[in-house]
Design a protein around this ligand. Structure first.
Ligand SMILES: Nc1ncnc2c1ncn2[C@@H]1O[C@H](COP(=O)(O)OP(=O)(O)OP(=O)(O)O)[C@@H](O)[C@H]1O
Ligand SMILES: [Mg+2]
Length: 511
């Protein structure tokens, strides 16, 4: 074991994890160029950087999901000669994902039992003690979830908590969290932070990746900044502020985060009157969006915002009629929606936004095949030209326009999803969490693009869970709760608390 000469550290604070000079190349891209990082006991260590900086790649090297080209890993002073997911798990490394991987039809206790006994070891446990153990682990993470509930009936946040409890049961000490709060409501984020605090107090180390700088500054002890695969800085969180952090991340100064500009508001482009959709729980929704207007849609996760977007785009058609440019219309399918000038960037870009197996150029031209094809044949050069235009304009980080979309970093995939719709000049654009998982620099670029669309007269429906974004960008804000529109606020009248009050509305049931 190497002797630690750092004066402030006792032997006990031998780092839990040391990653040294890690390099990793993919075809054409060097994702990590000799990155090093130390995770201490009882520390929340944030890893920040622009989209494509290499954050996820570094965590994947640590979990053994991918193999580094060079560099070393040490856990508690011991070099890890070979790594793969099961070795890394046995070393106490646990990865917490946005979307937990519990078996939905099994109960919480069964899920935990499966993880802890799943190696087929001979000791058997009766159900009573399985429940007792599950209960104890859940209490240890400070939650109160009935272990008898099927995992599928839990909210995403509850599942995440069970996942962490499960990992604690498996004696994990190193927790890697890659954007764990992306799908959580504010209240759920608070719960997760309390839990992270407990893990830290128990001596665990938490590597925490997020694009939400406020979160980082409030929870992290130290912050490592990655830029283009290199570690640019490692600082005590108490010693940096937001603007310095941004500067370290992007290496350039950024324009204002919300570039809201005055745009002349035109005629009503979309009007929804008493829209209902029983199959997805939407009730009696009425609102309208004018040309050039940004209509923000706020509400808690599960309040029906995404369901409304999917209904308007024809993915979950309803019998209700909507008015487009004053004309009553029924949207029965996405094809029809696109034909009528409605564009949609979904929240879950992995499911509906970007076709991960296909190239960037293909993805960008997808909604706009007429412009790049003739007599039904796609002209690849035209397709590439169109894509290059947007790759440049939106600073999409990809080795080439023929690069496979699935290999782009999360934030860059999101830009591809947006570029596709920019290319067809829709009349109405529905954006569901367009800056989720997007770094600060790209975020202000995306906000600017949204403004440009508005300036071209596009009516925009902007769904976002980030209140500063909703408040910063919207002309009016509709607040949803349990499938209903609770009310509509003007830009002037809206505040964080007025929105939250409405979002919780008659909120005691359910969520
Ligand atoms: N399987 C792969 N094939 C090719 N290139 C890849 C692959 N995985 C990642 N990359 C590239 O490596 C670089 C780093 O990606 P990584 O996913 O680590 O970024 P990130 O910092 O997590 O970004 P984000 O904040 O957007 O999630 C990116 O340029 C990405 O395109
Ligand atoms: Mg990532």
């Amino acid at each position: 074991m190497p002797i630690d000469t750092h004066p402030r550290r006792s032997l006990l604070s031998e780092p839990l994890l040391k990653a040294r000079s890690i390099t990793k190349s993919y075809a054409g891209v060097q994702a990590l160029k000799g990155a090093s990082l130390e995770l201490l006991r009882g520390e929340v260590h944030a890893l920040v950087g622009e989209n494509g900086a290499g954050k996820s790649t570094l965590t994947k090297v640590i979990t053994g999901a991918i193999t580094a080209d060079s560099g070393t890993l040490e856990v508690c002073g011991q070099q890890v000669a070979r790594n793969d997911p099961s070795i890394s798990r046995s070393l106490g490394i646990a990865a917490v994902y946005q979307q937990p991987s519990l078996f939905p039809h099994l109960t919480v206790a069964e899920n935990i039992a499966l993880a802890l006994e799943g190696d087929g070891s001979s000791w058997t446990v009766d159900w009573k003690s399985r429940y007792a153990r599950a209960k104890e682990l859940i209490e240890r993470v400070g939650a109160s979830i009935d272990p008898r509930r099927p995992a599928g009936s839990l909210t995403m946040a509850e599942q995440q908590i069970v996942e962490i409890a499960k990992m604690l049961g498996a004696k994990a000490r190193i927790f890697l969290m890659d954007e764990p709060t992306a799908l959580l409501t504010d209240r759920e984020v608070d719960n997760l932070f309390q839990l992270i605090g407990r893990l830290r107090d128990e001596g665990a180390g938490i590597l925490y990746i997020s694009h939400r700088l406020e979160e980082i500054l409030s929870i992290a002890d130290r912050i490592t900044v990655l830029r283009d695969g290199e570690v640019i800085a490692c600082r005590d969180a108490a010693e940096v502020d937001r603007s310095e952090l941004i500067h370290l991340m992007v290496g350039r100064s950024i324009r204002s985060i919300f570039p809201k500009r005055e745009v002349p508001i035109g005629d009503i482009a979309l009007e929804v009157r008493n829209l209902r959709n029983g199959s997805v729980g939407l009730k009696d929704i009425s609102f309208s969006v004018r040309r050039g207007e940004i209509f923000g849609l706020a509400g808690l996760v599960g309040s029906g915002r995404t369901e409304l977007a999917r209904t308007l785009f024809g993915l979950t058609p309803s019998d209700s009629t909507i008015l487009l440019g004053g004309k009553p219309t029924r949207i029965g399918s996405p094809t029809e929606a696109i034909r009528r000038g409605i564009g949609y960037v979904p929240e879950d870009r992995r499911q509906h936004g970007v076709i991960l197996e296909m190239g960037v150029a293909f993805n960008i031209s997808l909604a706009n095949l007429q412009s790049v094809s003739k007599w039904g044949l796609i002209n690849r050069d035209k397709e590439d030209d169109l894509a290059k235009l947007y790759v440049d304009e939106m600073r999409i980080k990809t080795a080439s326009v023929s690069g496979v979309a699935g290999t782009l970093s999360g934030g860059n995939q999101q830009k591809v999803a947006l570029a596709r719709w920019m290319a067809i000049h829709p009349r109405i654009m529905i954006l569901d969490e367009p800056t989720q998982g997007v770094d600060v620099g790209s975020k202000s670029e995306i906000h600017d693009l949204v403004m440009q669309m508005a300036e071209r007269g596009v009516a925009i429906l902007l769904i976002s869970s980030e209140l500063p974004e909703i408040l910063g960008m919207s002309d009016r804000i509709g607040v949803m709760h349990a499938g209903r529109m609770m009310g509509i606020l003007s830009r002037q009248a809206a505040t964080q608390s007025s929105i939250m009050t409405m979002a919780f509305g008659h909120a005691c049931s359910g969520v």
